[in-house]
Design a binder for this molecule. Structure first.
Ligand code: F6P
Length: 320
């Protein structure tokens, strides 16, 4: 049976990562394991920056956003010789297995390390909700609520000034944050990779709203669709009659106190990951499907296309 495991957070941070770390540490200790915290993702593995954790290392962190272990995106980890340094550092301490909390990029590192003899289990820690093997990623719910909070505020001032707000939200190449927040806010238009709207159609619809004396309009857009959202807002101003303002919500979306949903999701997944390692499993990622915690092979899970939420996309038109 394994005796020593490590835990790290990698890629963009997400609210709830700390709850996942806590679950891994507390479950690991419960089963008599030594649990090492690895600093700054794969960088800490390569630079040998890790420490033995105890139950107090994870006290009072459930309500904290970000990650107490730090995070990084280490492109060099794709190179086998860099990963070999990480494996040597782990072996030196007798650490036999890892829990990797991060997005799909982090999962590939986990799979490669498993192939090199260190069993890894991935937990989906990302605000983007872009991992096919789970209905929800850790951090998505908190981020969604933060976006709604921001849109509520923007709505007030947009209405007072009879403007059009073009609100760009994160999600990388996944439109879930835009789709879910747009529906939750009942906005005039939602533009995502799975629900693109031609520019002329956007302008035409907004012009019609303006001509119909609509006081304000809100458009939610996924990031990476418009290379220059300010230019797009200027064009809307010139062509629709609305004074349009672009609002890029940015990293305010990624911080903050995790929601109860994210905390519980992270706790369930963290404890499950330790069970998997104790069973000798590696190269897998944990997900929640139909409210059950499950695991899947990383190579199968990562390329699988994400659910495009057809029933929610349909709602965009029905509730317009
Ligand atoms: O993956 C999380 C995420 O916040 C994406 O939504 C976004 O595209 C990216 O990270 C931004 O990363 P960074 O903060 O490193 O620029």
């Amino acid at each position: 049976m394994i005796r020593k495991i490590g835990v790290l957070t990698s890629g963009g941070d997400a609210p709830g990562m700390n709850c996942a770390i806590r679950a891994v540490v507390r479950a690991g200790l419960k089963y008599g394991l030594d649990v090492y915290g690895i600093m700054d993702g794969y960088k800490g593995l390569v630079e040998d920056d890790m420490f033995l954790m105890d139950r107090h290392s994870v006290s009072d962190i459930v309500n904290r956003g970000g990650t107490i272990l730090g995070t990084a995106r280490l492109r060099e980890f794709k190179e086998e010789k860099v990963r070999q340094i990480a494996v040597d550092n782990l072996r030196k301490r007798g650490i036999e297995a890892l829990v990797v909390i991060g997005g799909d990029g982090s999962y590939m590192g986990a799979k490669k390390l498993t192939e090199m003899g260190i069993n890894c289990v991935g937990l989906p820690g990302t605000i983007d909700n872009d991992i096919a093997s789970t209905d929800y990623t850790i951090g998505f719910d908190t981020c969604l609520n933060t976006i709604c909070y921001c849109i509520d505020h923007i709505r007030d001032t947009t209405s007072s000034h009879q403007r059009c707000a073009i609100i760009e939200v994160m999600g990388n190449h996944c439109g879930d944050l835009a789709l879910f927040s747009g529906l939750a806010e009942g906005v005039e238009m939602i533009i995502t990779p799975d629900h693109p709207i031609p520019e002329e159609e956007i302008i035409d619809s907004l012009r019609k709203l303006h001509d119909a004396k609509r006081k304000r309009a809100i458009v939610v857009v996924s990031e990476k669709i418009y290379p220059n959202i300010n230019e797009f807002a200027k064009k809307i101003t010139v062509e629709t009659g609305f004074e349009a303002k672009a609002e890029v919500l940015g990293r305010v979306q990624r911080g903050g106190t995790p929601s109860a949903f994210d905390r519980i999701l992270a706790a369930r997944m963290g404890a499950y990951a330790v069970d998997c390692l104790l069973e000798g499993k590696g190269g897998i990622c944990v997900g929640m499907v139909d409210n059950k915690i499950v695991d899947d092979d990383i190579y199968q899970a990562v390329p699988r296309p994400r659910d495009k939420h057809p029933s929610m996309l349909r709602l965009i038109d029905i509730l317009k």
